[in-house]
Design a binder for this molecule. Sequence first.
Ligand code: PLP
Length: 396
Amino acid sequence: MTRHQGRHFLHIPGPSPVPERVLRAMDMPVIDHRSAEFAELGKTVLQGAKAIFKTANPVIIYPSSGTGAWEAAIVNTLSPGDKVLMVETGHFATLWQQMAARWGIEVDFIPGDWRRGVDPAVIEEKLTADTAHQLKAVMVVHNETSTGATSRIGEVRAAMDRVGHPALLMVDTISGLASADFRFDEWKVDVAVSCSQKGFMLPPGLGFNAISDKARAVAKTNKMPRSFWDWEDMLKLNANGFFPYTPATNLLYGLREAIAMLLEEGLDDVFARHQRLAAATRAAVDHWGLEVLCQEPKDFSPVLTAVLMPPGHDADQFRQIVLDNFNMSLGSGLSKVAGKVFRIGHLGECNELTLMAALSGVEMGLRVAGVPHRAGGVDAAMTLLEQPLPGNAPRH
Ligand code: PLP
């Protein structure tokens, strides 16, 4: 095991690095979660989370990972035998589909090549064919963390509206929220699923469901057995800032700080920063002569970039060399693309200079690992980042 000094560079696409401000905010004694002091914290984060989802509707916060919040979305709104439409955008869409199948849901799983987001035209075709309105939900992943492809949720909604189909729109925005543009109310999303360790810049441990009036009404009559995940149990206590069971108090302190940071920067600026860092990353990858996994420019992710290794070179060996030599963690290829891609996370607490350090680590790693590439990708990224921001607005 190589020993390193200085900070570790965590450039996987989540968990993302936790800012010092958030770490300090969490460094607090645990308080009584039935106290008036806690209720203030509870009300603040429940209200603040709405701003991040861009909704006036309730946001539920579970002490869970994202997988738990996926399950909450399913058990509140669906029942065994229900039919839903999902799209194979990558590893996470496949896992959500497998979870739905375990709950007895019949999934029409539109196959995909893991190189693009959802095609809204295919959703429109499927819904048009469903004249009996058997499909209860369209369930899509906003930012497919395994491939670096983002789906255009506003266009999926527009397709559903054109057909006039009543299915719920359920969106996994686990790695999209607070990094990629997401508008719960405007896009009429019914359930949005997220978690703490990506754009919120927190440690893992919080799961989120934002829920529309329509989804809440469906849940009230849905007979699927549930207890821990039940929305109504949560909402009843959330009304006064409390939770039906022990919440993750110190993560909520961190959440309060993270929401403040995101709103201080302004969500639109947060999204623009992510787009800019992603563009610089792709400029480096293009220059190296390597291939970005996502093939649809409209779907390029602002959150992460998945890079294909040249044939004959193993992505995991390359990642190990980068870790051993430069103390940086890059994301691995998952399931179908294991060993074939590595992923560069550029989300959350990431700026021009942290990205440049990460890209330098990748370029040095390519050289050390003997992976054929054209030197100078780092310069290509610098050239892009030297450009002034639109409108010459001072950044700091
Ligand atoms: N969905 C997406 C898009 C993800 O990126 C992840 C995790 O990376 C999950 C779901 C699962 O979340 P968790 O690992 O927090 O359970």
